[in-house]
Design a protein around this ligand. Structure first.
Ligand code: ZN
Ligand code: ZN
Length: 351
C-alpha cells in the first residue's frame, strides 16, 4: 500500500510500505477513506517531536471502513464506517476511567499514538489498537469529510478551549489565534451560548473566515493596544470572561492572561516551545484559572449529535481537496496555509 512515511527532519515520502495486519486481539484494520493533515504533522516534520522515528507513517485523523477485526472486538465489525479518534484508549486504567484518556497508562501515559508512536492514518490502511474504544460509528447523515473533523480538531477546540474554559451562557469569549483549532473553539463556543466570541488574529483571511464559524467581532492582532480593545469589547470594560489561547507563543499567552477579568479563565490550547511570563505578583489576588490540556476526544459523540442536529457544520473547515496520489501537494498547500488561504485540507482515497 501507499503511505506518507517520515524520513527524519525535513523529509517525507508517499511510498510503498507493507499493509498492516492484526497484532493484538483488540485491533482492527481500517481502510482509510479520507484523512487530513494537522499542524502537529508539520511540527513532526520540523523535527520538533523526537519520539517520532524514521519510517513512521504519519497522521492521526480520518474516516474509513473496517476491513478486519481481532477476536476480542465486540462492538466494531467488518464493514462499519467509522471515525478514527486521534486518541487511543484502553478504558480500563484509572486515567481512562476518569475521562483522561489522553494519559492512558496502558499505552504508556499518552493516548496520542497514531502517527507518533505507531503508524498513522495517512495511508491506505491503518491498524487501530483497542478498536472498540477508538472507532466511532459514522451515521449516514454525516459525511466522511465532516467526520474527519471529529478525529482531533473539533474535540480539541471544544474540550481544551471551551470546556476547560468553562464557557457558559452569556460569556464574552476571546479566541486568540484562529487557525483551524482556534476556529473549532469559535464554532463550539458559539454553540455553547457565548454572548460574544471575539476572534483575534493577524491574518485577514482567517479573521474573515471566523465570522462564518460564529465570531461576533474580529480584532486584528496588529492593533495598537489589544488588551484595551478586548476590555472595551467585554461586558463592562473589566475584561473578557474567558480567553482561549490557540497559538502557543509568549505574546499570545500574555495577551490572554492580560485580557481576562477578575475571576476569569485562560484556556490554553497552543503548543508552546518556550517559557512564558506568568506574573503571579499581579494575579495571585485575581481568582483566575489557567488550564492546559491534550485532547481526550471523549466528546466526539456529543459533537456528532451537534452536527446531526445542525448546530455546527464542520464542512466549513475544508478549503482544499486532494486525492491520495496528490498527497505531497496537499502537504505543500497546508504548510503554506496563510498564502494559500487554507484551513483544513482533505485527502481522499479514490482507489
Ligand atoms: Zn492533530
Ligand atoms: Zn487507559
Amino acid at each position: 500500500m501507499k503511505a506518507i512515511v517520515y524520513g527524519g527532519p525535513g523529509n517525507k515520502a508517499w511510498e510503498d510500505v507493507p499493509e498492516p495486519g492484526i497484532q493484538d486481539p483488540t485491533d482492527a484494520i481500517v481502510k482509510v477513506e479520507c484523512t487530513t493533515i494537522c499542524g502537529t504533522d508539520l511540527h513532526i516534520l520540523k523535527g520538533d517531536v523526537p519520539a517520532v522515528t524514521e519510517g513512521r507513517i504519519l497522521g492521526h485523523e480520518g474516516v474509513g471502513v473496517v476491513t478486519e477485526v481481532g477476536p476480542s472486538c465486540t462492538s466494531v465489525t467488518v464493514g462499519d464506517r467509522v471515525i478514527i479518534s486521534c486518541i487511543s484508549k484502553c478504558m480500563e486504567c484509572e486515567f481512562c476511567k476518569a475521562g483522561l484518556t489522553s494519559h492512558c497508562q496502558t499505552l504508556g501515559g499518552i493516548g496520542w499514538i497514531f502517527g507518533h508512536l505507531i503508524d498513522g492514518t495517512q495511508a491506505e490502511y491503518v491498524r487501530v489498537p483497542y478498536a472498540d474504544n477508538g472507532l466511532i460509528p459514522l451515521p449516514d447523515t454525516v459525511t466522511a469529510e465532516q467526520g474527519t473533523m471529529l478525529s482531533d480538531i473539533l474535540p480539541t477546540g471544544y474540550e481544551i478551549g471551551v470546556l476547560n474554559g468553562a464557557v457558559k451562557q452569556g460569556d464574552v469569549v476571546a479566541v486568540v489565534g484562529v487557525g483551524p483549532v482556534g476556529l473549532a473553539a469559535v464554532m463550539t463556543a458559539s454553540s455553547q451560548g457565548a454572548s460574544k466570541v471575539i476572534a483575534v488574529d493577524g491574518n485577514k483571511f482567517r479573521l474573515g473566515a471566523s465570522r462564518e464559524f460564529g465570531a461576533t467581532e474580529t480584532v486584528d492582532a496588529s492593533a495598537d493596544d489589544l488588551v484595551a480593545e478586548l476590555r472595551r469589547l467585554s461586558r463592562d470594560g473589566l475584561g473578557v470572561d474567558v480567553a482561549i489561547e490557540a497559538v502557543g507563543i509568549p505574546a499570545t499567552f500574555g495577551l490572554a492572561l492580560d485580557s481576562i477579568r477578575p475571576g476569569g479563565r485562560v484556556a490554553n490550547i497552543g503548543v508552546h516551545g518556550e517559557a512564558v511570563q506568568f506574573p503571579i505578583e499581579r494575579d495571585w489576588i485575581n481568582n483566575i484559572t489557567v488550564t492546559t490540556g491534550l485532547v481526550n476526544a471523549t466528546t466526539a459523540p456529543e459533537l456528532l449529535d451537534k452536527i446531526t442536529s445542525g448546530a455546527i457544520d464542520p464542512a466549513k473547515f475544508i478549503t482544499h481537496r486532494f486525492t491520495f496520489d496528490q498527497f505531497l501537494g496537499a502537504y505543500d498547500t497546508f504548510a503554506d496555509a496563510a498564502k494559500q488561504q487554507a484551513l483544513k485540507v482533505i485527502i481522499s482515497n479514490t482507489g
